[in-house]
Design a binder for this molecule. Structure first.
Ligand SMILES: Cc1ncc(COP(=O)(O)O)c(C=O)c1O
Length: 392
């Protein structure tokens, strides 16, 4: 990446003036133009009045542009996109929208985010669905074999993160889709960490559903997210939280008893949303596209590879993320044994390093470093120094 561009982009993020921000995996920092768009929208709404025909038309047009830009980011058609508020929303739309029979089975990995864990357990409790859990192996053949071993005639759906929030593994999504479809099973990928971080093409992946968000690697506002539903699967996903927004505009209001759903993913967008935040998402999507997801992924690899090699050599450290570029991206996770908590827990106050580190009861720590495109090798070097000192 061009050094001048990088310097300009870094200037967008005030936090970088005093801190190495290495937690895009939880919340992406917002580029200044995104914050400007959000503020400009709220100023415009207050100046014009938050409701007027001109303002609502502008909002309607903005939502359709955002839908188109999300579709372009994921390689989908606009009608296949629902604009949601969180990844959790997207998973719930699918989990509660499919019609389950007692005894149906869902396969999910042992490394899913807590939200998925809770949602699928609720589906199991409510509908008598059986959950089957597979170990998320770093080796793609082992991973696929683990899934294959759990497939039965009752399997309805496989659920898996595209990039694991625990290990940073990039899952072989296309092979998983091929395996699922060969057995007549649906595949839902949780793409919370993929959109904006690596190029995503839901058609090439072949998944049926894909949930992701604006607030991580897209670097858009919290409260913005999106869900892809393959056009051919739409008829089997019933909207379970419905409202005025879910109905087709052909319906004429409260007196009209027809329940015609809005076209495509719009039927899941049931009510008033925070217009300014989605306007901010549009700017964030523009920025990601201008820099280019492929360029971002390639640039991040040049930093992450040497970082992982150095980190891996530290004593009592187990790198959870694969070294191979095709199986990893900018999320680097490790397990530390016997490291000094007094140093790790003050990483922000004393070293100005922001990344998650979870101490466990057995004395080990789990750490995760998120390398966004603006991160500098010097910042990663500071992480290495901290880990080295904390390991002594
Ligand atoms: C893999 C994964 N899925 C889902 C979520 C939940 O996202 P949200 O808060 O948007 O529902 C996260 C958040 O960290 C995540 O890492």
């Amino acid at each position: 990446m061009d050094a001048e561009d990088l310097a300009e982009w870094r200037a967008w993020f005030p936090v970088l003036q005093h801190t190495a921000y290495l937690n895009t995996g939880t919340y992406g920092a917002l580029p200044a133009p995104v914050v400007d768009t959000v503020c400009a929208w709220y100023r415009m709404l207050e100046a014009e009045g938050p409701w007027s025909p001109a303002v609502t038309q502008r909002a309607d047009e903005m939502f359709e542009r955002v839908r188109g830009k999300v579709a372009a980011l994921l390689g989908a058609e606009p009608a296949e996109i629902a604009l949601t508020r969180s990844v959790t929303d997207g998973i719930n739309i699918i989990a509660h929208g499919l019609r389950w029979q007692p005894g149906d089975e869902v396969i999910l990995s042992d490394r899913e985010h807590e939200c998925a864990w809770v949602i699928w357990h609720e589906i199991a409790r409510r509908y008598g669905v059986r959950l089957r859990i597979f170990p998320l192996a770093n080796d793609p053949n082992e991973l696929l074999a683990n899934v294959q071993a759990l497939l039965t005639p009752r399997t309805r759906l496989i659920f898996c993160s595209h990039i694991s929030c625990v290990t940073g593994l990039v899952v072989p999504g296309a092979a998983l889709a091929e395996l699922a479809h060969r057995h007549g099973v649906l595949l839902m990928l949780d793409g919370a960490h993929a959109a904006g971080q690596i190029p995503v093409d839901v058609r090439a992946l072949g998944c049926d559903f894909y949930a992701s968000c604006g607030h991580k690697w897209v670097m858009g506002p919290q409260g913005t997210a999106f869900l892809y539903i393959a056009a051919e699967q739409l008829p089997q996903v019933e909207p379970s939280w419905v409202g005025a927004g879910s109905r087709s505009r052909e319906c004429k209001g409260p007196g009209d008893e027809r329940l015609l759903w809005a076209e495509g993913g719009r039927r899941f967008e049931n009510a008033t949303r925070a217009w300014g935040l989605y306007a901010g998402l549009e700017t964030a999507l523009d920025i990601i596209q201008q820099i280019s997801p492929a360029k971002i992924a390639a640039h991040v690899q040049t930093m992450v590879r040497p970082f992982k090699e150095v980190v891996q050599a530290l004593p009592q450290l187990r790198l959870l993320t694969p070294l191979a570029a095709e199986r990893s991206a900018g999320l680097v996770a490790a397990e530390l044994t016997g490291y000094r908590d007094e140093l790790l827990s003050k990483r922000y106050e004393e070293r100005r390093l922001l990344f998650p580190c979870a101490p466990r009861d057995d004395g080990t720590h789990w750490v995760r470093i998120a390398v966004a495109y603006y991160v500098l090798p010097e910042e990663l070097q500071r992480v290495v120094e901290l880990l080295r000192e904390a390991s002594m």
